[in-house]
Design a protein around this ligand. Structure first.
Ligand SMILES: NC(=O)c1ccc[n+]([C@@H]2O[C@H](COP(=O)([O-])OP(=O)(O)OC[C@H]3O[C@@H](n4cnc5c(N)ncnc54)[C@H](O)[C@@H]3O)[C@@H](O)[C@H]2O)c1
Length: 337
C-alpha cells in the first residue's frame, strides 16, 4: 500500500508526531487532493495544549490542518465535477446529517501529503491566487468574514472594536474596511500586531493595559461606545473589557475560543443596555469562499502580506511553537508537504 507523511495528534496524550500512514483512496463522491499548502492556526495550538478537544472524532488520533489548498490528484467513483490537476481550496468543515464536522479536528486534515474531501466541500482556486493565500482563506479569512457579515451583521459606518489582531483579527480589519465600518478600533497587547493593524486600515490601535482605553474609545465614537466588538483573541479578560466599552444595544461576538467560563460582571447593566453576546464558529463555506475569492480576484482584498513563513511538513511542531510563542510575530505560517 502506498504511504504518505502526515502530522498526527494523539489526543489523549496531546502528542504531535510525523508519521507514515496509508495514502487514502477516494471513495464514492470523494476527491483526493495533493496538498500544496496548509495553514497553522491558534486552534491547532489549543488542540495540542489540551484547551480544545475534538467532539466528533471517532478514534483517538487525527491529522491536523483545517486550512488547506492543493491540486486534485484522484477522483472517486461517481465524481464528475472535478478532474485531476485542478487547483482547489478545501472547506474547513463538512456538514454530515446536519452536524458540522471540522477538518483536522473531527476528521483527518491537511497537514499531510494528501487529504480527502467530499466532492461538494471544495472550491476552485483561480490561477492568479497562490496556494499559500488560498490555504488561509477557509479559516483565517472566512471565519472573520462570517463573524462580521453574518453573526455580527456589521453595517456601513458602524463603530467596531477588534480584540486580538493576530491571524484572524488582522484580516478582520481588512474585511471591516471592505464593508465600510468606521471607526475600526483594534486592541492588542503586542505592539507589532497593533502597527500591522494600523497599516491594514485600523483607525486606532490600543494596548488592553492602557488605563485610558475606555476614554480613548469614547472619544473615537463620539461618546457612544462600540456598536460591535469582536473577540479574536480567546482570552477571558477580553470579554469584560469589550463589554465595558460597548454601546447600548451593542453586540459582542465571540470568535476566540477558551474553555474558561463566560461571565457578565453586571447583569442589570447588560440587560438595561439591551446588549447581546453572540457565539460564532467558522463560516458558511459555500457562500463565504466564492465571495472572498471574488473580492481577492477583483483586487478589493490582498493577503500577500499574511504569509509570515513557510516550513516543510516535517517541521510542523516548530511552526506550532512559533505561533504559540509569537516568534517573529507571525500572522500565518504555512506548511508545505
Ligand atoms: N470560532 C471559530 O470559528 C474560530 C476559528 C479559528 C480560530 N478561532 C480562535 O480564534 C482565536 C484567534 O486565533 P488566531 O489564529 O488569530 O490567533 P493568533 O495567536 O494569531 O492571534 C491572537 C491575538 O490575540 C492577541 N491577544 C492576546 N491577549 C489579548 C488581550 N488581552 N486583548 C487583546 N488581544 C489579545 C495576541 O497578541 C494575538 O495578536 C483563537 O482563540 C482561536 O482558537 C476560532
Amino acid at each position: 500500500m502506498e504511504q504518505m507523511l502526515a502530522a498526527r495528534l494523539h489526543v489523549p496524550s496531546r502528542t504531535l508526531r510525523i508519521e507514515e500512514v496509508a495514502k487514502p483512496a477516494p471513495g464514492p463522491g470523494q476527491v483526493l487532493v495533493k496538498v500544496e499548502a496548509a495553514g497553522v492556526c491558534l486552534s491547532d495550538v489549543h488542540l495540542i495544549d489540551g484547551t480544545l478537544t475534538p467532539l466528533l472524532l471517532p478514534g483517538d488520533t487525527v491529522t491536523l490542518g483545517h486550512e488547506v489548498s492543493g491540486t486534485v490528484a484522484e477522483t472517486g467513483p461517481g465524481v464528475t465535477r472535478w478532474t485531476p490537476g485542478q487547483r482547489v481550496v478545501l472547506y474547513a468543515g463538512e456538514v454530515r446529517d446536519g452536524v458540522t464536522y471540522t477538518r483536522g479536528v473531527d476528521y483527518d486534515g491537511g497537514w499531510a501529503e494528501y487529504a480527502l474531501s467530499a466532492e461538494d466541500a471544495l472550491v476552485e482556486l483561480p490561477d492568479a491566487i497562490p496556494f499559500d493565500q488560498g490555504a488561509i482563506i477557509p479559516d483565517a479569512v472566512s471565519t472573520p468574514w462570517g463573524a462580521i457579515t453574518v453573526t455580527g451583521a456589521v453595517r456601513p459606518a458602524e463603530s467596531v472594536g477588534v480584540w486580538g489582531a493576530g491571524g484572524l483579527g488582522v484580516h478582520a480589519v481588512q474585511l471591516l474596511r471592505t464593508v465600510g465600518a468606521c471607526p475600526i478600533v483594534v486592541v492588542d497587547p503586542n505592539p507589532t500586531a497593533r502597527e500591522r493593524a494600523l497599516a491594514r486600515g485600523a483607525d486606532l490601535a490600543l494596548d488592553p493595559a492602557d488605563p485610558r482605553l475606555g476614554e480613548r474609545i469614547g472619544a473615537a465614537t463620539g461618546g457612544a461606545g462600540l456598536a460591535a466588538a469582536f473577540d479574536f483573541a480567546g482570552v477571558p479578560a477580553v470579554r469584560a473589557q469589550a463589554l465595558s466599552v460597548l454601546a447600548p444595544q451593542g453586540r459582542l461576538v465571540l470568535v476566540g475560543l477558551t474553555d474558561q467560563p463566560l461571565t457578565v460582571a453586571d447583569g442589570t447593566r447588560f440587560s438595561y443596555l439591551q446588549q447581546r453576546i453572540l457565539g460564532h464558529y467558522g463560516s458558511d463555506m459555500p457562500v463565504a469562499l466564492p465571495q472572498l475569492l471574488s473580492l481577492l480576484q477583483g483586487g478589493r482584498l490582498d493577503f500577500s502580506g499574511s504569509i509570515s513563513g513557510e516550513l516543510p511538513l516535517e517541521r510542523a511542531a516548530e511552526a506550532v511553537r512559533r505561533l504559540e510563542d509569537k516568534t517573529g510575530d507571525p500572522i500565518r505560517i504555512v506548511l508545505r508537504p
